[in-house]
Ligand binder design. Structure first.
Ligand code: C5P
Length: 293
């Protein structure tokens, strides 16, 4: 039996540079892994691929990215055996935190270990990109600039360790809808990725915080004003900065000290119906937190 963790991400930036012939958008985003993670226990079987999940609200069928990842790698590597998976779900679903992609990435890494496939990170990323644009990033993790449709990655200096408060409002946002709404509305402000990259390299947390920018934020906020409310609360409570992650609706706040992060989280739990988490920026692969046993 093997246990593998799949880590969530936040976007420090998300820029859209144009539309592509394949229907996706050309993006440029600074992505950051955070400590919040799902765990998948995996066991070899004779051929069956199965999944059980410890929470309701997420289908454990062929639409689930964990199942799709297992099927894809079995087909790709001509494995006749299968896998029985038990998913402990902590990352909120449809939240802008790449929770489904994190599960897919964990399954790819887990299958690679379970069946001693010896696939390289590059091969896993190529396979992962077929499952979702965020899968290559969550496979590698840490701090990266993601371009293309999100699968072209360049590692940046590690982000100085920062506390992250997450607040997921009780609404779900469809990613395709957010991109379509952006196409209709556009933006008046784009992130300065070169500047945030320099700020990260300099280890200047406050400067990083001042450069957060997500071009999908405005369209999602217009549709779901609760996102703007949570952001104002985070800022009002003293977060260095606050922004929506991905296509939303999760709002995160960057915070310098643990006590402050706990205080802000307690405030949000009291004042809103959000699912609230306190976590930290991290580099899971480098720190060896990815494999439990
Ligand atoms: O790649 P993934 O399946 O996560 O993408 C979900 C949807 O988000 C796509 O079908 C597309 O509508 C939108 N998307 C996009 N451009 C990207 C990534 C996602 O338009 N770079």
């Amino acid at each position: 039996m093997l246990q593998v963790n799949g880590f969530a991400k936040i976007n420090l930036t998300l820029d859209i540079r144009g539309t592509r012939a394949d229907g996706y958008h050309e993006v440029a985003m600074v992505m950051q892994s955070i400590g919040l993670h799902d765990t998948i226990a995996m066991e070899q079987t004779d051929g069956d691929i199965s999944l059980s999940i410890d929470v309701p609200g997420l289908a454990a069928d062929e639409s689930n990215l964990a199942i799709r990842a297992a099927r894809l790698i079995c087909a790709h590597c001509h494995i006749t055996g299968g896998v029985a998976m038990r998913l402990t779900k902590r990352i909120p679903i449809a939240a802008g935190l790449a929770g489904g992609s994190a599960d897919a990435a964990a399954v790819l890494r887990g299958m690679n270990a379970l069946y001693a496939l010896r696939m390289t990170d590059g091969e896993l990323c190529t396979l992962g990109a077929r499952l979702g644009s965020d899968v290559p990033f969550v496979l590698l993790g840490g701090t990266m600039l993601a371009t293309g449709r999100g699968e072209v990655l360049r590692r940046l200096s590690a982000m100085p360790k920062t506390y992250v408060v997450l607040a997921k409002p009780p609404v779900s946002v469809s990613t395709p809808w957010a991109y379509r709404a952006y196409d209709a509305e556009g933006t008046d402000r784009h992130p300065d990725n070169a500047a945030i990259e320099r700020a990260i390299e300099a280890g200047d947390r406050s400067l990083v915080a001042s450069l957060l920018c997500n071009v999908l934020e405005r369209v999602t906020m217009n549709e779901y004003p609760i996102v703007a409310e949570y952001k104002a609360m985070m800022q009002g409570q003293g977060a260095l900065a606050s922004m929506m992650s991905g296509s939303g609706p999760t709002v995160f706040g960057l915070v310098e000290r643990a006590e402050e992060a706990k205080r802000i989280a307690a405030f949000l739990r009291c004042e809103t119906r959000a699912a609230v988490f306190v976590t930290e920026t991290c580099d899971p692969v480098k720190s060896g937190e990815e494999h439990l046993s």
